[in-house]
Design a protein around this ligand. Structure first.
Ligand SMILES: Cc1ncc(COP(=O)(O)O)c(C=O)c1O
Length: 367
């Protein structure tokens, strides 16, 4: 006898990247930041008083909201702090989409979206990206034609790292009649020369929510803290009705506020990641991998297609993944259409990247 709802019984659940406990593993599989959080975060943690845990935390994480509002030049009513970006995605779905109503995605994208849509029993409408991961010329119209109540666009795109422009997003926001979520989990790694900033869209459109996380740019994946930026009509129902009563804890509120306030220090690490990203992309292309131009902290690398030892590039990609793993280097392999001949490689430290490249080179030279 199963007590699960039929849609829960049908679903398989989210499969997270491997999280090995050995510190020796070179971990380039879940897009974590290779550098530690800044000293300001360490100080906030050291200064946190255990006795303060006796009380419940500030319910809305207002101190953090003040810092975020100032940073983005919005009001605190435009900000909702959440227990990781994953909680914000869940809140968006449960607040704005009835079971049975559709949710739209650019395909491929973050594999948690369909899982959370399944929990809410929402059909998923997938719109395929072009072969180079750009959106088709009719993407906005196609998205609206799905009739979806909510749509997710991850930008820079995961798993390719490609960045779509603010103008493109503006066109989608104005054409789509549902709520448009722009998931900016990796935004901190975008080259600052591009001057990409979507926050102005939330004043132009009342159907846009931007997702930001402290997990990647701020090296705080273990903390579980993210936030949404949006018009008040979208933020208020999540903040005052559907959120858990104390969805972010006191320690994470203090650390996330310290981290965001000290973003100038975190930005030193973002620049190092960008430099390594260029270097690794160049080295991979010398090994005849093809990488999409990434503005993120990872590269989606298509394996060389003409290795005579392997019948298909898919077999070579699996072999590289497995041999790297056997040698203590984890990258991400997606057993999914269009991704089976590719590896998604998180940018690590210069030393980690060098080890990765050295191993790949040795596999490609000899079997
Ligand atoms: C595209 C994308 N969005 C959102 C998230 C959520 O991140 P977190 O829950 O750690 O804030 C991730 C995490 O990997 C991601 O890749």
């Amino acid at each position: 006898m199963s007590y699960e709802r039929p849609n829960i019984q049908r679903m398989t659940g989210y499969s997270s990247g491997e999280q090995p406990q050995q510190s020796k593993v070179i971990k380039l599989n879940t897009n974590e930041n290779p550098y530690p959080a800044t000293p300001a975060v360490a100080k906030a943690l050291a200064e946190f008083k255990v006795e303060d845990l006796r009380r419940y935390p500030q319910p809305f994480a207002n101190a953090f909201r003040e810092v975020a509002a100032q940073y983005h030049q919005v009001e605190i009513d435009n900000i909702i702090p959440t227990n990781g970006g994953d909680e914000l995605i869940r809140l968006l779905i449960t607040t704005f989409v009835e079971p049975g109503q559709s949710i739209a995605l650019a395909e491929p994208s973050y594999s948690l979206y369909p899982v959370l849509a399944e929990i809410q029993d929402c059909p998923i409408k997938r719109i395929d990206l072009n072969d180079d991961w750009t959106m088709g010329a009719e993407f906005a119209e196609q998205l609206d034609a799905t009739g979806a109540k909510l749509a997710f666009i991850v930008n820079p795109h995961a798993p390719s790292g490609l960045l779509c422009s603010v103008d493109e997003l503006r066109r989608i926001a104005s054409t789509f009649s549902g709520v448009l979520v722009i998931d900016e989990a990796y935004i901190d790694f975008v080259d600052p020369d591009i001057a990409h900033n979507t926050v102005a869209l939330i004043a132009e459109f009342d159907n846009v929510v931007i997702l930001r996380t402290m997990s990647k740019g701020y090296s705080l994946a273990g903390l579980r803290f993210a936030y949404g930026i949006g018009s008040k009509n979208l933020i208020a129902p999540m903040l005052y009705k559907t959120r858990d009563s104390y969805n972010t804890d006191a320690i994470s509120q203090a650390l996330a506020a310290a981290a965001l306030a000290d973003r100038a220090t975190a930005a030193i690490g973002w620049q190092k990641v960008r430099e390594e990203r260029s270097r690794v992309a160049l080295a991979l292309s010398a090994l005849e991998f093809q990488c999409a131009p990434s503005q993120s902290n990872f590269l989606l690398a298509q394996v060389p297609s003409d290795d005579p030892r392997f019948e298909t590039p898919e077999l070579l990609a699996r072999e590289c993944y497995q041999r790297l793993k056997d040698d203590g280097i984890l990258v991400r392999y997606f057993d999914m259409p269009r991704l089976r001949d590719k590896l998604r490689i998180t940018i690590g430290t210069a030393q980690e990247n060098a080890a990765l490249l050295q191993h790949l080179e040795s596999y490609l030279r000899k079997s």
